[in-house]
Design a protein around this ligand. Structure first.
Ligand code: NAD
Length: 439
């Protein structure tokens, strides 16, 4: 055990050093892949991962400690956490650094050896991770393989001890099927449409600033971004006005010129997003530049509820707004949609807050803010239903990347005779009486 902990600690320290020593290269790679600003890249990718590593370095010994389960005379039982062994981690392109290296930190802290398949759609970051990992780690501990879906499919056919997948629902289903076929345990971190509910009393500058920031961070390509807004009908004009002001304040009068506003990952996603522009009335924005893969932050009112904009995960800088005026109807609409990663609410109405928090199924509920809950190593992160299953971050990562072994030991000095056949009638009565002390 001591050896295992020392190996994990050393792996975490190596990973941390690799990141810290190459911070600027990672920031440049993230800019090249997604046009991320240095602050955005550092805060949402590098800082988050370093904080997770620090948290694991501080706590992994405690999280991995054997747990004493039963203390009875003549019996000891402990639950020991064991690493799965060889873990396959597959990651997407939208946070190509963090979504690869943060689960890697958890898997290493738990004592596994890891095989990482970053996304081919973020080649600068993927290439850098691959090069640096090869320099820093022995291939027996961490190995990176670059490539597209066909490489991923080939990897999937191998006999892993555990699979950790972050990505789309479509590919998630392929992973789950293959994992089930080979009886490999897995975690799926998928996407979905995270709603954000606003009541009339909460329409103000702070609400608008937080929504604009969370929606247009990374040009909307965030699995936990507010996908669409439900605003109380009477407050729609006021909210639109506040959102417009905040867009101007955060990204300037010409968003194309803002260094802080990102780009769409590639042509396929760009075209997909453009096709959604006609699924409602463009209230603000709507312009784009194909050569730069730039789509202006866009607010859409009166979206067609049956359109792709309202049926599929948007994953881009389009913000449709729906109105509501009746709480029961609102709850009914929300409940009829697949379970998202998170439900956001900017509300003062306590009754509504309680209903949104308690009656909806979602990976998380977040009041008066967006995105922030994901950045805390103390909080487990993951989806439910269509948005996936399993949890990671902090202790949840240790739980995710280990299995529990029960170790039960009994002394031979006392052996209760009546549990063995042949049984007599009186035995049943006695067993009933001593039920609590069995076995
Ligand atoms: P994706 O599912 O297309 O790809 C994810 C990974 O799977 C990539 O490494 C890719 O190469 C690999 N892959 C592709 N085809 C495969 C196949 N046939 N078999 C095996 N592997 C295959 O997802 P994406 O487009 O990279 O990412 C966007 C999606 O990820 C969105 O739905 C988003 O919501 C979701 N996401 C979820 C989280 C979360 O934490 N829950 C975080 C970020 C993104």
């Amino acid at each position: 055990m001591a050896d295992r902990l020392e190996r994990s600690r050393s792996a975490l320290l190596k990973l941390k050093r690799m990141i810290v020593e190459n911070e600027q290269d990672f920031i440049d790679a993230l800019h090249s892949d997604l046009g991320k600003s240095p602050v955005e890249a550092y805060a949402s990718e590098i800082a988050l991962t370093l904080n997770e590593i620090d948290y694991l370095l501080k706590n992994h010994r405690r999280f991995l400690k054997n747990r004493r389960a039963i203390c009875r005379p003549g019996t000891t039982a402990i639950v020991s956490r064991r690493p799965y062994g060889s873990v396959l981690i597959m990651s997407p392109w939208n946070y190509p650094f963090q979504l690869a290296l943060l689960p890697l930190a958890g898997a290493l802290a738990a004592g596994n050896s890891c095989f990482l398949k970053p996304s081919e759609l973020a080649p600068a970051t993927s290439g850098l991770i691959s090069r640096l990992v090869a320099d820093v780690f022995s291939p027996d501990d961490v190995c990176v393989v670059e490539g597209d879906g066909s490489v991923a499919a080939e990897l999937l056919s191998q006999n892993w001890d555990f699979i950790f997948f972050t990505g789309s629902e479509r590919v998630g289903s392929i992973i789950a099927e293959q994992a089930a076929r080979l009886r490999i345990p897995c975690i799926l971190e998928l996407g979905g449409k995270c709603p954000c509910i606003v009541d009339a009393e909460s329409v103000n500058e702070v609400t608008a600033r937080r929504i604009i920031w969370g929606k247009f961070f990374n040009a909307g390509q965030t699995c936990v971004a507010p996908d669409h807004l439900y605003v109380e009908a009477s407050a729609l004009p006021a909210l639109l006005e506040e959102l417009k002001n905040q867009l101007r304040l955060l990204y300037g009068p010409d968003h194309l010129l803002s260094d802080d506003y990102g780009r769409i990952i590639g042509r396929k996603h760009f075209d997909r997003l453009l096709s959604m522009l006609s699924d409602g009335t463009v209230y603000l924005g709507g312009s784009y530049q194909t050569d730069q893969l730039y789509i202006e932050p866009t607010i859409i009112t009166e979206p067609d509820l049956n359109s792709a904009l309202m049926q599929e995960e948007i994953f881009g800088p389009l913000l449709p707004i729906i109105t509501w005026s009746d709480q029961d109807q609102l709850m009914h609409d929300l409940q009829s949609r697949p379970a998202p990663l998170v439900v956001y609410a900017f509300c003062r109405d306590k009754h509504l807050i309680n209903r949104l928090q308690d009656e909806l199924i979602s990976g998380a509920f977040c009041l008066n803010n967006v995105l922030e809950h994901v950045a805390r190593a103390e909080l487990p992160f993951g989806g439910v239903g269509n948005s996936g299953y399993g949890r990671y971050h902090g202790k949840a990562s240790i739980d995710a990347f280990t299995w529990q072994k029960t170790i039960y030991k009994k002394s031979q000095s006392f052996d209760l005779r009546l549990k063995y056949p042949p049984y007599e009638n009186k035995h049943l009565k006695m067993v009933r009486i001593i039920r609590r002390w069995l076995p």
